[in-house]
Design a protein around this ligand. Structure first.
Ligand code: PMT
Length: 406
């Protein structure tokens, strides 16, 4: 299930990290989820319920005895409605109650009554986190199938530095997406995505590179996780955090990317080469920083390995990956060049990427592409956020996988 289709119950318990739960509520709502917030009494001392009500546009639930005023029982209706229950922050006290099945407040009653997956983001001081009681409670909850995210290390409310900080909101959000997507249409499929622009060293401080930000490749990796795939992301340097749940393999040069891709390909079902791989690299890497005394400088370049061409050879030998998707970044004659690459690199799909306009291609958040496949498909998409372009590419994959099934 996608986040924008999901009904999420967000439990907030009484810790200083409760203020970060407001950001989580806001991001969940922005992603299109329906969010019902349940607060413990202690949580209301840290953040006002009105904050959550304003962010979610829905009433906030606190008192289990509200059922006396209404016909429905809030703990049961919330428990049944939820596709996922996330408790952030989860205090040591609440973890203990959950581990022992107590239901002395509305949140614990919901947790006991729901069959929805449970995501816990513990937050507490290091001593409480390290206490054997907390460790054992957490182990019980983990064994029962709860997903634990964090805590991280850093500065705590007490001023100490240690483990106990609630995980970052994006990490919690990523875990929620992972859990919701785990039975999706790509469940059981192993996907390899490449992203970013390779850097070819010239001397110890300089390199030849390109303007790829990695946004397209990371969006593809996240969208595959949302659909339940197991994802390996081979990435050239970028400023982006890895999507939660993806195995990230960091590389720098075209040669390193080639090695990482060829090592992973025998285990993968689908390869998407979204990376902007350098076609040429300096023939010699100078050992010391190049000085500027000379009036000019001539660089001799040599070809880098063509990764997709090598994958095609491997594929003919071993049959994997089942589907290979490439991109064609072009500034002119888009369709002709893309079709030639589809053929030459023996791809199943090529994403013809018009990089001539400022709102499409390298660095920006949007892309304008045409999908061309080896069965004659030619689907021009409008300018779309890269997340949506990624979704359309995985839609194509799902259709192809469906067509391949006996
Ligand atoms: O990262 P962003 O800022 O979000 O930008 C996205 C993007 C523009 C980088 C991306 O959408 C894109 O178009 N990627 C491919 C860029 C590119 O290198 O295109 P190409 O036409 O040069 O290469 C064709 C295909 O061969 C690509 O799939 C490429 O990954 C692959 N290739 C290229 C060179 C090489 N030595 N080996 C390869 O396998």
């Amino acid at each position: 299930m996608f986040l924008h289709q999901a009904s999420i119950v967000l439990g907030v318990t009484g810790g200083i990290a409760a203020y970060k739960a407001a950001d989580l509520a806001s991001k969940l709502v922005q992603a299109g989820a329906t969010v019902d917030v349940v607060m413990t009494e202690a949580a209301t001392r840290f953040v006002g319920p009105l904050t959550f009500q304003a962010l979610t546009g829905r009433p906030v639930h606190i008192d289990p005895f509200r059922l006396l005023e209404r016909t429905e029982m809030p703990h049961l209706s919330l428990a049944q409605r939820a596709h996922l229950l996330v408790i952030a922050p989860a205090t040591a006290n609440t973890l203990a109650k959950l581990a022992h099945g107590l239901a002395d407040n509305l949140l614990c009653a919901v947790a006991l009554a729901t069959r929805a997956p449970l995501v816990l983001a513990p937050a507490m001081d290091t001593d409480m986190w390290e206490h054997p009681a907390t460790r054992e409670n957490l182990e019980v909850l983990r064994r029962r199938g709860a997903w634990i995210v964090g805590p991280g290390e850093g500065r705590l409310a007490s001023g100490r530095i240690g483990r106990g900080r609630m995980a970052e909101v994006n990490e919690i959000l990523g875990t929620i997406r992972l859990v919701l997507g785990r039975d999706g249409p790509l469940a059981g499929k192993r996907v390899l995505v490449t992203a970013g622009g390779t850097q070819e060293p010239l001397d110890p401080v300089r390199y030849l590179g390109n303007r790829s930000s990695g946004k397209m490749g990371y969006a593809l990796a996240q969208a595959a996780l949302d659909r339940g795939a197991t994802v390996t992301l081979v990435t050239a340097p970028t400023a982006l955090p890895a999507p939660v749940g993806a195995e990230r393999v960091e590389v720098r040069t075209a040669g390193e990317m080639r090695d990482a891709v060829l090592a992973a390909v025998p285990e993968c079902d689908i390869l998407v080469m979204a990376a902007a791989v350098a076609d040429f690299r300096p023939a010699e890497v100078v050992g010391q920083k190049i000085k500027k005394e000379a009036a000019g400088l001539t660089l001799r370049l040599e070809r880098t390995p063509d990764i997709l061409a090598e994958v095609a050879v491997e594929r003919e030998r071993g049959g994997r990956p089942g589907l290979v998707i490439g991109f064609a970044a072009e500034t002119e004659d888009l369709l002709r060049h893309a079709r030639a690459k589809l053929e030459a690199k023996r791809l199943d799909l090529i994403v013809a990427n018009d990089v001539s306009s400022p709102d499409s291609g390298f660095g920006v958040d949007t892309n304008r592409v045409i999908l061309l496949d080896r069965h004659g498909l030619e689907q021009a998409l409008p300018l779309l956020p890269k997340e949506e372009v990624a979704g359309r590419i995985w839609d194509w994959v799902e259709t192809r996988l469906g067509a391949q099934e006996p």
